[in-house]
Design a protein around this ligand. Structure first.
Ligand code: ZN
Length: 309
C-alpha cells in the first residue's frame, strides 16, 4: 500500500512537474558538420553556432567533426537522418562517396540545411553539393560553374564572362538590404540594416536551380570591393529539402576571433533561416535589439538579451 502511494506521488510529480516540458515545442534536432578549414577557426565558429542555436531554446545541437586534413575521410559518415537540420561550417576535403550519397538522400527527402560563410568554398568537385549551396566560390570554380550573379537596377544580373569565382577585400562593416519582405526568414525585419565587421564574399558563380536570393550587400569599390550588389542571404530547394545560405559569419584563423558572429543580424538571420530550413516556417518574433540602417548591435555572449522580446 505504501509503495502504491509512493508510486502515485511519483506519477503526480511527473505529470505536474514534467508535463509542460514534455508538451513544449519539440526542439529541432541539429548537427553541425565541421572539422577542416584552411582559412577559418572552425572550432570557435562551430561552438558559437551551437551556442546561438541552443540559447534560443528551439534547437538541440551535436557537433560532428571530420578527421583532420591528413585523416581518413571515410570515418566521417554521420547518420544524417537522426537530425532535422544539418548546419555546414566546413572548408575542407570533399566527403567520401558513401557520405555524399547519404547526405544527398537526406536533403532530397526533406532534410534541412544551413550553409555558413566559407562552406560555399569546399567540395567544388561534388555536383550535388554545388546545387544545394546555389552559389559557390574559389577552389576550381570558374565559368563552368555558371554565371556570376549580382543585383543591379532592381533585378538580378547573370554575368557569363570567364574567370575564377570568389573575391573579398579587407574586412569591414557593411550594409544588408533585403528584397523579399514576405519571406518567413525576413518578415518583420528592417529592410536595411548594418552588419558588424566581416569578410564580404563577392563574385560567386551560380551552378544551381531553385534558388531565391533574399538579401544583398553593395561591395563598395572605395573599399576595394567588386562594385556590385552581391548576394548575401539566399535559399535553395533541393528535392523536398530546404537550404538556407548565409555568407556572413567569418571566424578568423589568425587571430582566433569571431566578432562577425557576435553581430545580432548574423545571429537572428541564422536562427530564422535554421528554423525555416528545418520546418518551413519561422515562429520567432523580431527582437528589439535587431540592427537597423546606421545601427549595429552585438550579442557577445551569443544569446538574446533579457529585454529583446
Ligand atoms: Zn572568412
Amino acid at each position: 500500500m505504501r509503495l502504491n502511494y509512493i508510486l502515485l506521488c511519483a506519477v503526480f510529480l511527473f505529470l505536474t512537474g514534467n508535463l509542460p516540458a514534455v508538451m513544449a515545442q519539440k526542439k529541432i534536432r541539429t548537427m553541425i558538420a565541421t572539422g577542416q578549414d584552411g582559412s577559418h577557426w572552425w572550432q570557435g565558429g562551430s561552438d558559437a553556432i551551437k551556442m546561438i542555436l541552443e540559447n534560443s531554446e528551439l534547437f538541440t545541437v551535436d557537433i560532428l567533426t571530420t578527421p583532420d586534413w591528413d585523416g581518413d575521410m571515410s570515418l566521417f559518415n554521420p547518420d544524417f537522418k537522426k537530425y532535422d537540420l544539418v548546419v555546414i561550417n566546413y572548408g575542407g576535403h570533399t566527403w567520401v562517396e558513401k557520405t555524399r550519397k547519404n547526405f544527398e538522400k537526406y536533403v532530397s527527402e526533406g532534410g534541412g540545411v544551413v550553409v555558413v560563410h566559407s562552406s560555399v568554398v569546399p567540395m567544388d568537385d561534388w555536383k550535388e553539393y554545388n546545387e544545394m549551396i546555389g552559389l559557390g566560390a574559389w577552389n576550381q570554380r570558374n565559368e563552368k560553374a555558371g554565371p556570376y550573379v549580382y543585383w543591379q537596377d532592381d533585378r538580378f544580373v547573370y554575368d557569363y564572362s570567364p574567370g575564377w569565382a570568389g573575391y573579398h577585400a579587407l574586412q569591414h562593416p557593411f550594409t544588408i538590404t533585403h528584397w523579399n519582405p514576405e519571406h518567413p526568414i525576413l518578415k518583420g525585419l528592417p529592410v536595411v540594416w548594418d552588419h558588424f565587421k566581416d569578410e564580404l564574399y563577392a563574385k560567386l558563380r551560380r551552378p544551381a536551380k531553385n534558388m531565391e536570393i533574399l538579401a544583398t550587400t553593395y561591395d563598395d569599390p572605395a573599399l576595394a570591393g567588386s562594385g556590385r550588389h552581391e548576394p548575401m542571404l539566399w535559399t535553395v530547394n533541393y528535392g523536398k529539402g530546404k537550404v538556407f545560405v548565409t555568407l556572413m559569419g567569418h571566424a578568423g584563423n589568425d587571430p582566433e576571433l569571431r566578432y562577425a558572429m557576435e553581430c545580432t543580424g548574423f545571429q537572428v538571420t541564422l536562427l530564422r533561416g535554421a528554423e525555416w530550413a528545418a520546418t518551413g516556417q519561422v515562429t520567432q518574433e523580431v527582437p528589439k535589439d535587431f540592427p537597423s540602417a546606421g545601427v549595429i548591435t552585438l550579442r557577445k555572449d551569443f544569446k538574446a538579451p533579457f529585454h529583446a522580446h
